[in-house]
Design a protein around this ligand. Sequence first.
Ligand code: SAM
Ligand code: SF4
Length: 347
Amino acid sequence: MTPYDAPLTQAEPAPAPTALVDGFGRTVRYLRLSVTDRCDLRCVYCMPERMQFLPKAEVLTLDELDRIASAFVRLGVRKLRITGGEPLVRKGVMDLIDGLGRHLRSGALDELTLTTNGTRLAEFAGDLAKAGVKRINVSLDTLTPDLFARLTRGGDLGQVLNGVAAAQAEGLHIKLNAVALKDDNAAEIPELIRWAHDRGCDLTLIETMPIGEVDEDRTDQFLSLKDVRRDLESFWTLEDLPLNTGGPARYARIAETGGRLGFITPLSHTFCETCNRVRLTCTGTLHTCLGREDASDLRAVIRGGANDADLADAIRLAVDAKPEGHDFHIGRGLAPAVSRRMSTTGG
Ligand code: SAM
Ligand code: SF4
């Protein structure tokens, strides 16, 4: 099987009797778990340069993260993605990931995965593979060292490229995520795709999302993926793939490179009706929609002494109220649709 034949998602199983089903009949099977709001980079579209991080007491301990994640697994969640902030800067994160690996071994979980900026991947790749992680997402917007340093406000591209190589050497499948930015990486997108596909990696392009205040006006950076696709189709052949991950990505295969290209267009509403995911912030707030302000405080539930049945009830109640669709809009001078940051929510 070539890396491109690797499934992007599992076939949809029938809902378990305990399944988490929302008020619109969608079954929640996917939890994204943010383990920290901290990061060693400061990407311009994600954070302001002078970022105020959360006090430690507000952030869930590793035991609390495990407890809540495991409650979701008991309620039928089949896929867990560890994210952040940068998950690999959280002290003890490998203990958490190792611990959650028990759900893979028991068969309760289909997939344990991670989204990372890759700066510390060279150090962690071996341990991730040992814990049962098979595929990871690495965010990479450019292959130009100077632009990488500017977009991340000081990052070292070489570290990320070493991380990607180390992860591949450990047998991890890598999907690259690149935020499409009009004046910064637009011209480089074909080269980025070619680079990823030459290495057997899928690549997904992401439109800038109006989430959290940053220092710049995102309207200036916004690049429509419709335009990007039209441009790519002037020299490549894109064949749509019938893959649906229950999320906002749509996939095409590029005949000339043989690789898969994903498009995440969060400003369109086309994915809400099949949305199967929820997000837990590192402070224990459950968001059932990335594009809404809805929130349930699971930290208060567990720190208030709830037993596992109470926790399960609180999760069910929150999922039942999952909004039908999101509220994104992007426009000059408009406040972000959602005031919390991507680094808090977990992208
Ligand atoms: N630090 C890790 C990383 O960069 O992969 C994980 C967290 S990061 C918040 C997850 C993803 O969100 C990254 O791929 C990043 O590019 C994306 N992201 C952050 N802010 C965004 C925004 N305003 N619009 C679109 N994507 C964004
Ligand atoms: Fe950090 Fe990821 Fe946000 Fe960049 S996108 S600042 S790497 S959390």
